[in-house]
Design a protein around this ligand. Structure first.
Ligand SMILES: [Zn+2]
Length: 503
């Protein structure tokens, strides 16, 4: 029977855990100093080793002769606990056992002492899936745990846990595993398995794993099966259904020149070949990220580890455009992931986003060219004295207020009307804009927007504004503010800290 690489190479000691030294070191110290807590909380993205570490920890606190904090694997307790049907290490999946009855039953069971070792360990996976009443039941056990019981709660969504649970647990945050650690891990496994590989192929697999050991090894598995144990760069691309690099180059150059017609044609060719839309967006995002690396990092060769021919192609494209433009494209395609989840027609989402991006790039390039042309003209500097300054002519003479004054007066008018709640809602989460005769209040908070947009509040706002300027009407819009990341932050988020940013 074929055993998935992820299962076959699951670590059995702390030393075998990849990329979480900050956690394994503290756990080993607790074991050496016999300072075990009753409740641990392991947080982090899927596939970063939470359950593996929990199992190693459960065995080492029971082991009769731990070796450097890890289970020896040889003593009678270790041997008993290696049997999956043992009663001392219980793994519970909260996603399927989330009801209060099940947690109550668990509360009954924890009373009984362990069969083999010193501790009974309950590992509760995806603990955020518990219902409120199940959390309350669990909390009662966490408040007065029997001496022989240790809980390890694991979650990918710690923000969903009640504060009462958080405050009872010793918390450890698992981080995404770095690309180099993943590469080394895959190489060592391929070598042990006698599988031939290209370095650039392993590097690509590690990047596709996005910080998760489990995902990386699943991709590795797929590539091994697909390539008949000779893992080349091109084979990995084919195995994961990524778009061919030449096609990506073409798509990117259409985007960067704002060539809508050819872009849509080429996209439809790719889509009709059966490529997954989300994968296309992901490939484009990765491609523009690579371009950004080439454009901004000195050591881009060491980071990207692509075949030379492809690096040359990337350099050519990168040199033909600006960092700003590359980042616009990168942000567009990275953001689509969320939108795909909400739509039944991903193709339209991809096409519309691409069209908007083309438009934006064309305008931007146009603007750059205009600025350049102006700079080249070097116009004579005009001396403007106060006396000769032209009078400012308003586009619409009925509106004498600019938007700032109007907004200020609106607040005063609201205060006169004792609309205290409205004034507080128009606090720092609100922008405003005056277009012709419409004053638009842009709320950045979804909840505040919902209140402001109630009919009674809209009419109160309009009554207040009519007192200042009878021609103006008020409307409210919701505008989500997305924090703009700098190039460096964006790249570090994706690639970790091995970047050397060009000055
Ligand atoms: Zn042992």
């Amino acid at each position: 029977m074929y055993l998935a690489l992820y299962r076959k190479y699951r670590p059995s000691t702390f030393q075998g855990v990849i990329g979480q030294e900050h956690i394994t070191t503290s756990l080993k110290n607790q074991i050496k100093n016999d300072a075990i807590s009753h409740a641990y909380l392991f947080c982090g993205t899927r596939g970063t080793g939470k359950t593996s570490v929990a199992k190693i920890f459960a065995k080492s606190i029971n082991c009769e002769n731990p070796v450097d904090g890890s289970p020896c694997g040889k003593c009678p307790t270790c041997i008993a606990l290696n049997d999956a049907s043992n009663l001392d290490i219980m793994e519970i999946d909260a996603a399927s056992n989330n009801r209060v009855d099940e947690i109550r039953e668990l509360r009954e069971k924890v009373k009984y002492p362990p069969v083999n070792g010193k501790y009974k360990v309950y590992i509760i996976d995806e603990v955020h899936m518990l219902t409120d009443s199940a959390f309350n039941a669990l909390l009662k056990t966490l408040e007065e745990p029997p001496k022989h019981v240790v809980f390890v709660l694991a979650t990918t969504e710690v923000q969903k846990l009640p504060a009462t649970i958080l405050s009872r647990c010793l918390r450890f945050d698992f981080k995404l595993v770095g690309i180099e650690e993943l590469e080394n891990h895959v190489k060592s496994i391929f070598t042990q398995e006698k599988i031939a590989f290209e370095d650039s192929a392993v590097s690509l697999i590690a990047r596709l794993g996005e910080g998760s050991v489990r995902d990386t090894l699943s991709i590795a598995d797929m590539c091994v099966a697909y390539t008949n144990r000779n893992v080349t760069y091109d084979a990995v691309l084919n195995a994961v259904g990524s778009i061919d690099k030449t096609v990506l180059n073409n798509l990117a150059s259409h985007i960067l020149t704002g060539d809508v017609h050819n872009l849509l044609n080429e996209l439809s060719v790719v889509i009709e070949k059966g490529k997954n839309i989300a994968q296309i967006a992901k490939d484009l995002a990765n491609y523009f990220r690579d371009l950004a690396v080439v454009k901004t990092c000195e050591n881009f060769n060491a980071i990207l580890k692509y075949p030379d021919s492809f690096i040359k192609e990337l350099e050519k494209v990168a040199n033909s455009t600006t960092t700003d433009t590359i980042l616009k494209a990168l942000k567009t395609y990275s953001a689509l992931d969320d939108e795909f989840r909400l739509t039944t027609n991903p193709r339209i989402v991809l096409e519309v986003a691409s069209l908007n991006l083309c438009d934006e790039i064309k305008n931007y390039v146009g603007l750059e060219k205009r600025v350049e042309a102006l700079e080249n003209k070097k116009p004579q500097v005009m001396q403007v004295s106060a006396a000769t300054q032209p009078e400012i002519v308003l586009a619409n003479p009925t509106i004498q207020d600019d938007e700032k004054t109007l907004f200020g007066k609106l607040l005063v008018s609201l205060r006169a009307r004792n609309e205290v709640m409205l004034i507080s809602l128009l606090g720092e989460n609100t922008d405003f804009r005056l277009d012709g005769n419409t004053l638009t209040l842009l709320s950045h908070s979804e909840q505040e927007f919902a209140v402001l947009n109630k009919a009674t509040n809209i009419s109160a706002l309009n009554d207040a504004v009519k007192e200042i300027n009878a021609n103006v009407s008020v409307k409210v819009e919701y505008k989500k503010i997305v924090k703009e990341l700098t190039t460096e932050e964006l790249l570090r988020q994706k690639l970790g800290d091995d970047l050397n940013i060009k000055e």
